[in-house]
Design a protein around this ligand. Sequence first.
Ligand SMILES: *Cc1c(COP(=O)(O)O)cnc(C)c1O
Length: 403
Amino acid sequence: MSQDWDAGRLDSDLEGVAFDTLAVRAGQHRTPEGEHGDAMFLTSSYVFRTAADAAARFSGEVAGNVYSRYTNPTVRAFEERIAALEGAEQAVATATGMAAILSVVMSLCSAGDHVLVSRSVFGSTISLFEKYFKRFGIEVDYVPLAELQGWDAAIKPNTKLLFVESPSNPLAELVDISALAEIAHAKGAMLVVDNCFCTPALQQPIKLGADIVVHSATKFIDGQGRCMGGVVAGRGELMKEVVGFLRTAGPTLSPFNAWIFLKGLETLNLRMRAHCASALALAEWLEQQDGVEKVHYAGLKSHPQHALAQRQQRGFGAVVSFEVKGGKEGAWRFIDATRLISITANLGDSKTTITHPATTSHGRLAPQEREAAGIRDSLIRIAVGLEDVVDLQADLSRGLAVL
Ligand SMILES: *Cc1c(COP(=O)(O)O)cnc(C)c1O
């Protein structure tokens, strides 16, 4: 059969193909220009031939674009590719990762609903629940990530959703996603997974039973630390609500950023494999060093949930955290001695980053809260990039030398 690129690619052409093929090809609908790359549609609105055509598009009688807050072809290509990679019926892109989380809760929860959140989620996620959702009558409780009985016991009759990040930041704790989905569903609640740290290259929560996946595309999906964005993926009937909220409230993704993320997705799996290989090599090496007291990385045999990580993930991720001798002073001296690695809290970048969680990402927690969360003053987090691992090891050796 000849390739009818003028008519665009048919989704059925991609049925049954592997992840790497979807990452490169899913979601592209070629224009009659025949472009091989993805077209970037920088337009806010779309024109109609007649008033009647406009009316038909606005009413939804005829499918098509009306206004880029609702739909944009470049953004749609990114959404379709993410849906294919996550194994979700539908995905919708958002301006940032936080906008993805905002959109899920705003569209699926109402005043009087109860939400359970794992204790060790992203700082802004906690602020969003604590400072804003609570103000609108949503009840929020926090549960330790790994303990399934704790989740089961905390579910109430009005519990609408469970929200988790697995693996957690920065200590790489995990939860058994399939088991947690069963617990949620048995009591009529939904499971939402923030899959930012693994990306669909390493973990597909929807295939494990989760109802919704959210991402900060700012991290590994972009992969080069340049653009902000997010995405929500899930079942059609849930996504209908999320899409409705986004189109009305407007925290939607710029087509330029969607175009960058399409490029990012094409190399996602290759990059994740390289991030994981270097992170594992550095974690194993750090564990042997005198100045290092403990390494937290699910790829290590010493990690209490190593077996679960092997079962649930296709790799262990880029984030390694470790405790050094000398408390906060030791950790700061270590960080300041590095020359190559960037001192910043970001992750998912081709450039390796290093941060001191106790005084940055987790600095706003009270000391007892930090202690309870296991964020010691001696803890350092690295998010391993794509530099040569020998150079990264040499840079970390500068830190070890001043402990
Ligand atoms: C960065 C991050 C977010 C927030 O994403 P933004 O794109 O910064 O809004 C949410 N969850 C996790 C796990 C993150 O790392």
